[in-house]
Design a protein around this ligand. Structure first.
Ligand SMILES: [Zn+2]
Length: 169
């Protein structure tokens, strides 16, 4: 965590920190969260993850951590940091997984009807509004799957898919 490392201010890091220079303070190296503090516009370390107050600022990366309390909590903190630091990637991955689950024969079949058939005629022939919505849901789901394959996570529903909801039709 030296000055040469490019830190991302939206992320948090786990760094070695020195114990306070106080008599009776155990001679240990602790681990602390290192985060960007927006209010003061600086990077700062928090207390040791064992709960002990520590010196401000990280020790050089690779400094051996000797506090057992910190070492015991390290795996949990690493897990939390991973989730925190990769929140966006994890959310995108979850959306991707969900979209791939929508690659079903039924969704694909309805999507072909939408694409190749006369959609408004077919859906007008349906008996209930619920049936039309169901068919449109299947098309929309398959369309999300196709958008995900294209890497386009913000693509909206195809225009005119639910023509019955649009005004003036
Ligand atoms: Zn500690």
């Amino acid at each position: 965590m030296s000055g040469t490392t490019e830190l991302d201010t939206t992320k948090a890091y786990l760094v070695p920190v020195a114990h306070l220079e106080l008599t009776g303070e155990p001679d240990l190296t602790h681990l602390a969260l290192y985060t960007w503090v927006e209010r003061i516009g600086l990077w700062a370390t928090e207390a040791g993850i064992c709960g002990r107050t520590t010196e401000q600022g990280p020790l050089p990366a690779g400094t051996e951590v000797t506090c057992l309390g910190c070492l015991n909590r390290k795996p949990v903190y690493e897990q939390l940091l991973y989730s925190h630091n990769n929140r966006h990637q994890l959310e995108a991955e979850a959306r991707r997984q969900q979209a791939f689950a929508e690659d079903t024969p039924e969704n694909g079949a309805w999507h072909t009807v939408w694409l190749e058939g006369n959609w408004s005629w077919v859906t007008k022939k349906m008996t209930t509004a619920a049936q039309r919505e169901y068919a449109a849901d299947r098309v929309a789901a398959y369309s999300r799957y196709l958008a995900t394959c294209d890497g386009d996570l913000d693509r909206e529903e195809p225009d005119g898919l639910r023509w019955w909801r649009e005004a003036g039709r």
